[in-house]
Ligand binder design. Structure first.
Ligand code: SF4
Length: 318
């Protein structure tokens, strides 16, 4: 016999969100771009956690990754270059009930936005910050970014990038009051998904450094990592990113790493031993959060606040 038995009760929730509930405009990244995998992972998380689209705010700056809000059915703010983080902090300050995600890139966040990057870590407001690292400015067609490998030819440095690249995860781990740093790869959907789920659960600013393929301008930059799983070091820990066996069994190099150990997190993020560590590098659930502190407010009623403003203004009456 097929179908529910006669005495079964079928509870249908008033609203149920499917993956399509989070579909925005048609994504117009280049074929094979790693951004598609990240978009799919975020939509899957929203569906799995049943986040109502009207409770979701996607914020970005400028760049290929920053087109993200257009492709999600949610509140979106496609901001100015490097300015995603202060916008996201402002949203979180006024609407703490919203789930806030930030999509930014190595060019957007780590160059013109670097000051905001540091202070967002220090403010530690509750949001997920995805740093899409493709080692180049893709939207403006292959200029050197802060993470371009030394010697790689770009349109701004045809003879090869002149400076050693900045390490996104290692740099973030140097910021005051940083509370969460993880690293993942766009070409392993299971690890990408689990890392973002772990980030979304953390209460504070969760920075996720995502190695993101750009087949148009930096097709070779992650190829050795992609082809040779021996170069990956999978970080494991009961409090870290859950290792989905199917997704990560190709990574045989594993290390039990306690995410409370900041010094070891920095060492691992720096790539010592020439392996690329992926997983949860650092987490401090006790780091103070600006949104927690500021929502306490002044403890005064609206009328008392208005009266105080009037008193202040009266001081300037001529
Ligand atoms: Fe993706 Fe690179 Fe194309 Fe930008 S230029 S959409 S990062 S493949």
């Amino acid at each position: 016999m097929f179908g529910p038995t006669a005495d079964a009760t079928l509870e249908v929730p008033e609203r149920y969100f499917t993956l399509e509930s989070y579909d925005g405009g048609t994504a117009r990244w280049c074929p094979g771009c790693g951004d598609f995998a990240i978009l799919s992972a975020v939509q899957r998380i929203c569906r799995d956690q049943q986040v109502p689209p009207e409770r979701l705010a996607m914020v970005s700056g400028i760049g290929c990754s920053s087109r993200f809000p257009h492709y999600m059915h949610a509140y979106g703010f496609h901001g100015l270059h490097g300015r995603a983080l202060p916008v996201a902090c402002g949203i979180k300050a006024r609407r703490p009930d919203l789930t806030v995600w930030v999509a930014t890139g190595d060019g957007d966040c780590c160059s013109i936005g670097a000051g905001h990057w540091l202070h967002a870590a220090r403010y530690n407001m509750d949001m997920v910050v995805m740093i899409f690292d493709n080692s180049v400015y893709g939207l403006t067609k292959k200029q050197s970014s802060p993470t371009t490998p030394l010697g790689m030819s770009t349109n701004t440095h045809p003879q090869g990038a002149l400076l050693p690249p900045l390490n996104v995860a290692e740099t973030t781990l140097g910021f005051p009051n940083v509370s969460f740093v993880a690293r993942t790869l766009d070409w392993n959907p299971g690890h990408l998904y689990q890392t973002l789920v772990t980030a979304a659960k953390h209460k504070g600013t969760s920075f996720v450094h995502i190695l993101q393929r750009c087949p148009t301008y930096t097709p070779d930059v992650f190829e050795d990592l992609r082809r040779d799983p021996e170069r990956i070091l999978l970080l494991t820990h009961p409090e870290g990113v859950p290792a989905e066996e199917v997704a990560v069994k190709q990574y045989r190099n594993r290390l039990e790493h306690d995410p409370r150990d900041l010094a070891e997190a920095r060492r691992l993020a720096g790539g010592h031993g020439e392996k690329m560590a992926i997983g949860l590098l650092y987490r401090n659930p006790d780091a103070p959060r600006y949104d927690n502190q500021s929502k306490v407010g002044l403890g005064k009623s609206r009328e008392e606040k208005l009266a105080a403003i009037e008193r202040e203004l009266d001081r300037f009456v001529i």
